[in-house]
Design a protein. Structure first.
Length: 501
C-alpha cells in the first residue's frame, strides 16, 4: 500500500496555513472558475448557435464533445502533473483551453465548432484536477477541509452565473462572445500561476514513459460510453439502438484498457491506485452522488414547467436552492472534518439526509407547496454537498503525495461519468413511466424536452390536466430513483476503510 498523505509536510499553525492557502488559491481560483463556468455558460447559447449554423438536431454535440474531451483529459493531466510538476501542466492546460476557446469563437460551421470544443475540453480537463491537487500540496489533509468553502464557492458561483452570463452575452454580442470570455480569464490565471506557484512540486520524472496505448483505449472507452448515454436520453428506438452499439464498443475498449494498464510501466490509470479500497469506494460514492444530484438538476426544469406551470425564469429561481446549497453543505462538512478528523461519518449523514428528503419529495411531488419544495431541495443539496470534501480528501490521503494528481483526477472522472449516467438513468425512468401511461403522453414529453413550454400551449385544458397527472407519476418514479441512488451511496460510505484523517 502506498504511503499515506499524512506525513509531516506543510505547517499546521493556523496563521501559516492561511498564508499558504491564500498564496496558492488566487493562482488557481480563476482556472477553476473558468472550467466550472464553461460547463453551464454554453447551454444558454445553444439555440443561437443552432439558428446561426443551421443544424438544430446536432447542436447538443457542442456540449457532449466537450464533456468527452474533458473526461478523457482529467487523468492525463493528473498523471503528467505527478511526473512533470503541476504548475507546469496547469500552464499547459490554460494554453490549450484558451486556444480551443478562440477556435470556437472563429468556427465557421458546426463541425469546426465541435472539433474546437474538443480542444477546449481537453484543456479544461486539467483546470479542476490540477488546482485542487495544488491546494492539497500546500495544505495538510485535516486542515485542508477548513478551506473547502472557498473551493465550493468557486463552483457554486460559476454554476449560478453560467446560464445568466451566457444569456446576456449571447443577447448583446452574439453567441461567439461566450467563447471569447475565457481568453482574458485564462491569461490572468496563467500570470497568477506563473508568479505564485513557484514553490509547487517539480514532479517525479524518474524514467517516466507516458502510456499512449492506455490513453487511446481510455478515449475509446469514455467517448462511446458518454455518447451512448447521450443517445439513451433521446428516448427514441433508433437512438437506443445506436446507444447499445456504442455501449458494446465502450465495453470492449474497457476490457482492453484493463489489460493494458496491468502491464504498463507507467499506467495512465494505475490498477494499484484505483484498486485501493478507500479510493475505489470513495470514487463509487462520488459517482452515485453525482448521478442523483445532476439527474435531478437536469429534469427539474421540465417538472417546474409541466407540473407547476412556471416560466423559464421562475423555474431557474426555483432550481436555485438545489444548485446553490451544495456549497453550504461542503462548508459545514469541511468544518466538522477539521474539528473531528472524521470523514465518511459526515458524508454518510449527508447522503442519508438527501435520500430521506428525496423520498419525501417523491411522495409529495404533486401537492407540496412550492416554498416547501424549495426548502426540501435545499436540504437535499446540502446533503450532497457534504460528500464533496470528504471524497476528495479521503482519496488524496489514501493515494499519498507522489500520486496526488492522479488520485484527484480520478474523482473528477468518476463525477463526470456519474453525472452523465444519472441524467440518462432518470431520463429513462421518466420516459418509461410516461410510455407506460399510454396515449400521447410520451410524445408530449419529448416535445416538451425539445421545444419547451410552447409544446403544451395548444392543448385543451382536460388534456393538459391529464398530462400533468401523468407527469406527476413519472417524476415520482424519478425522484424515488434519485433517493435510491443516494441511499446506496450512503451505504457505500460505511464501507470506505479510511474513517479519520
Amino acid at each position: 500500500m502506498p504511503p499515506r498523505d499524512d506525513a509531516p509536510g506543510p505547517p499546521t499553525d493556523p496563521a501559516e496555513l492561511r498564508r499558504l492557502f491564500f498564496r496558492v488559491f488566487p493562482a488557481v481560483a480563476l482556472a477553476m472558475f473558468g472550467a466550472a463556468l464553461d460547463q453551464t455558460i454554453v447551454a444558454a447559447a445553444l439555440p443561437a448557435i443552432a439558428r446561426s449554423l443551421g443544424e438544430v438536431e446536432r447542436v447538443s454535440f457542442v456540449v457532449v464533445l466537450y464533456l468527452v474531451a474533458n473526461t478523457v483529459a482529467a487523468p492525463v493531466y493528473g498523471r503528467l502533473g505527478d511526473a512533470f510538476g503541476r504548475q507546469r501542466m496547469l500552464l499547459v492546460a490554460l494554453a490549450v483551453y484558451a486556444f480551443g476557446a478562440a477556435c470556437c469563437a472563429l468556427a465557421p460551421n458546426l463541425a469546426a465548432l465541435g472539433a474546437a470544443r474538443m480542444v477546449q475540453g481537453f484543456g479544461g480537463g486539467g483546470l479542476i484536477a490540477l488546482p485542487i491537487a495544488l491546494i492539497a500540496e500546500a495544505v495538510p489533509p485535516r486542515e485542508r477541509s477548513r478551506f473547502q468553502g472557498w473551493i465550493a464557492g468557486i463552483f457554486t458561483t460559476a454554476s449560478a452565473l453560467g446560464p445568466v452570463a451566457g444569456g446576456v452575452l449571447t443577447e448583446l454580442f452574439g453567441w461567439r462572445a461566450v467563447f471569447l470570455l475565457p481568453l482574458p480569464l485564462a491569461a490572468i490565471a496563467a500570470w497568477l500561476a506563473a508568479t505564485r506557484l513557484g514553490g509547487a512540486s517539480k514532479g517525479q520524472r524518474r524514467g517516466f514513459r507516458f502510456d499512449w496505448p492506455g490513453l487511446v483505449l481510455f478515449a475509446l472507452f469514455v467517448g462511446p460510453a458518454l455518447l451512448a448515454l447521450d443517445q439513451a436520453r433521446r428516448l427514441t428506438p433508433g437512438a437506443l439502438a445506436v446507444g447499445a452499439a456504442l455501449a458494446l464498443l465502450a465495453a470492449g475498449a474497457l476490457l482492453l484498457l484493463l489489460r493494458q494498464e496491468r502491464r504498463a510501466g507507467d499506467p495512465l490509470l494505475s490498477p494499484d491506485l484505483l484498486g485501493e479500497p478507500t479510493i475505489w469506494r470513495a470514487n463509487l460514492l462520488s459517482a452515485l452522488t453525482s448521478a442523483a444530484f445532476v439527474g435531478c438538476i437536469a429534469f427539474l426544469p421540465i417538472y417546474f414547467a409541466a407540473v407547476r406551470g412556471l416560466s423559464p425564469a421562475q423555474a431557474g429561481l426555483a432550481l436555485l436552492p438545489l444548485s446553490a446549497m451544495a456549497g453550504v453543505g461542503a462548508v459545514v462538512a469541511g468544518s466538522l472534518l477539521a474539528r473531528t478528523g472524521r470523514t465518511m461519518a459526515w458524508a454518510g449523514g449527508g447522503l442519508a439526509l438527501a435520500a430521506a428528503v428525496l423520498g419525501l419529495v417523491a411522495l409529495g411531488v404533486g401537492v407540496l407547496p412550492l416554498w416547501l419544495l424549495a426548502l426540501l431541495l435545499a436540504l437535499v443539496s446540502m446533503g450532497f454537498g457534504a460528500t464533496f470534501p470528504m471524497v476528495q480528501i479521503s482519496v488524496q490521503v489514501a493515494a499519498g503525495r507522489e500520486r496526488l494528481g492522479a488520485a484527484t483526477a480520478s474523482v473528477q472522472f468518476n463525477r463526470s461519468l456519474g453525472a452523465a449516467t444519472g441524467a440518462a438513468l432518470l431520463g429513462a425512468v421518466l420516459f418509461g413511466a410516461l410510455a407506460a401511461a399510454g396515449g400521447d403522453t410520451a410524445a408530449l414529453f419529448v416535445a416538451l424536452v425539445n421545444r419547451g413550454p410552447d409544446a403544451l400551449a395548444a392543448l385543451p385544458d382536460a388534456a393538459r390536466a391529464g398530462f400533468r397527472d401523468d407527469m406527476v407519476a413519472a417524476f415520482r418514479a424519478a425522484f424515488a430513483t434519485a433517493a435510491l441512488l443516494a441511499a446506496i451511496a450512503a451505504w457505500v460510505s460505511t464501507r470506505v476503510p479510511l474513517r479519520r484523517v
